[in-house]
Write a protein that binds this ligand. Structure first.
Ligand SMILES: C[S@@+](CC[C@H](N)C(=O)[O-])C[C@H]1O[C@@H](n2cnc3c(N)ncnc32)[C@H](O)[C@@H]1O
Length: 175
């Protein structure tokens, strides 16, 4: 019971973090490096039945855990993807990409950002959380200026807003 309540608490606080991206009902979302779905489930609740969340992770156990949660909660708007830098999604098909606690772990960051730029719609948003989880995992921190440069060079994506550890980038057209 305590564990269930703790997990519920995590999902509630994660919902606030997911909302920072500007996500709304009906959106198509990619949760890149979804882990066990801490952000996937709140995102699916926000987008509702008219929307969809793609939950992608390189780790089979992460995908298995999210699939179990989908089954348990009888969710119909989440699709899991076991993959790496290739999202397998069509061009301009995603409104919001969440990259929470993942970026410092990725070796080829320019390739990832290029791929995320490709799948984002013209008004698409890329929301990055540079969090403790990833820093602990990789023991690296990406500085704001380096992150902005990566997004401009590999997108272009422009920083729209920064709220504590959250960076909201907006897709801009290539010249
Ligand atoms: C620290 S966890 C973050 C999980 C989740 N985003 C969260 O905030 O709770 C990092 C996740 O990124 C995944 N990951 C690492 N490298 C990846 C890659 N190249 N492609 C896709 N996922 C990757 C890991 O398997 C892990 O589940």
């Amino acid at each position: 019971m305590t564990i269930v309540m703790r997990i519920r608490g995590v999902f509630r606080s994660k919902k606030k973090e997911v909302l920072l991206s500007g996500i709304k009902e009906g959106d198509i979302v990619l949760d890149y490096g979804c882990g066990i779905g801490f952000n996937t489930i709140p995102a699916a609740e926000i987008v509702g039945k008219k929307g969809k969340v793609y939950a992608l992770d390189i780790h089979p156990l992460a995908i298995k855990t999210v699939n179990k949660e989908i089954k348990k909660k009888r969710l119909t708007n989440i699709e899991t993807i076991l993959s790496d830098l290739d999202t397998e999604l069509p061009d301009e098909s995603v409104d919001i990409v969440l990259v929470y606690n993942v970026l410092p772990i990725i070796k080829n960051r320019p390739a990832l950002i290029k791929e995320l730029y490709r799948v984002l719609t013209t008004k698409g948003i890329l929301s990055v959380k540079s969090g403790l989880g990833a820093n602990l995992y990789s023991r690296k921190k990406i500085e704001t200026e380096d992150l902005k440069k990566l997004m401009i060079d590999s997108g272009p994506l422009k920083l729209k807003e920064k709220i504590k550890k959250f960076y909201i980038f907006k897709k801009i057209e290539r010249k």
